[in-house]
Design a binder for this molecule. Sequence first.
Ligand SMILES: Nc1ncnc2c1ncn2[C@@H]1O[C@H](COP(=O)(O)OP(=O)(O)OP(=O)(O)O)[C@@H](O)[C@H]1O
Ligand SMILES: [Mg+2]
Length: 370
Amino acid sequence: MEQSGAYLELRNISKSFRDGRGNRVEAVHDLSLQVQRGEFVTIIGPSGCGKTTTLRMVSGIEDPDSGEILLEGKRLTGVSPQERNMPMVFQSYALFPHMPVFDNIAYGLRMRGMSSDAIAHDVALASQMVDLVGVEHRYPGELSGGQQQRVALARALVLKPRIILFDEPLSNLDPRLRTQTRRAIRRVQELLGITIIYVTHDQSEALSLSDNIVIMDHGKIAQSGSPETVYNSPASPFVSDFIGNANFFDGEVSKTGAKTLEVHAAGHTFSVPIERCDSGLEAGSAVRLAVKPELVSISREKSPFAVTVDVASFVGPITEYKLQFEVDSSDSPRIITAIESNVEGFTTVYHAGEQVYMHLKDDQIRAYRA
Ligand SMILES: Nc1ncnc2c1ncn2[C@@H]1O[C@H](COP(=O)(O)OP(=O)(O)OP(=O)(O)O)[C@@H](O)[C@H]1O
Ligand SMILES: [Mg+2]
């Protein structure tokens, strides 16, 4: 068999289910992914795109219909979840309510028949790592959401897993706790060199935690790469929207040149650098232009794009504007998002109802085949 050198490899895996009416639902379609040892990989994508199904196949709870999963080049087909030792940590912590924290963490070790001395040692270490020292005697019902999630994390860590699979573990927590807990996860991961596959809906979580981000859509990988790559060079409007909340303008290529493509959109002609355009576009091709909100600026200085401020949300370091924009009077206004950073003394805050102009830079636009 061909060796990829990856620690974990998903090779062309597919999985379908039958729904209640007997219709086939393809949850994962011909998905291939390589994960290196010690890597933190995040899978992100809309609801129903196959994230949980992918994790369940890696952990061994579910078998792929086709394709295979390899660990260090060895097929995992037929290897039980216990033998795989790739626990899943969920959003609902799934703790045993009638057991104190210590016993919750120790559970998997007892199942393995470890001596009580060794268990005490390992549980103490895991509790320390996730900052639970002092609450080991409490029951889950006596803990905060963040503490419960850390018990779930300790319970996975104590098994010295090869890989931990996280399925939206922090979505129940408030923003501050979420930040704290994800820092704890990353710290433990770096400390122990554990390999992590982490599923989230939250783009900032994905960008801040990961070595590698996998964006899924309808059971397939839309793009994978480092946070910087997927953010700065999204491969499609879907990725651009999912990771960067991009604004879109539909248009048509009016002229091709050696360095730029001229695109007519939003009542204007843009010269988009060729390296920011899908390849193979020619005059007449339908395109979709994408611009990230932080690359749209507004001011009172005239531009071809007159807009009306619909909503201005001041959130400290930035102000997010929702702008009404109409290409011509026959067009119904559309909403464009702009983000301005608030550097003291350099910011004008515009208010709802104000007429201003939006400024788009041709070299900050991307052009995708529509
Ligand atoms: N046991 C099942 N029976 C039937 N359909 C299923 C089953 N499990 C998953 N599906 C379907 O497969 C698709 C992928 O589901 P999956 O749970 O992997 O999505 P997800 O990306 O984790 O979504 P979410 O973000 O909402 O958790 C969905 O259409 C889902 O309805
Ligand atoms: Mg899910």
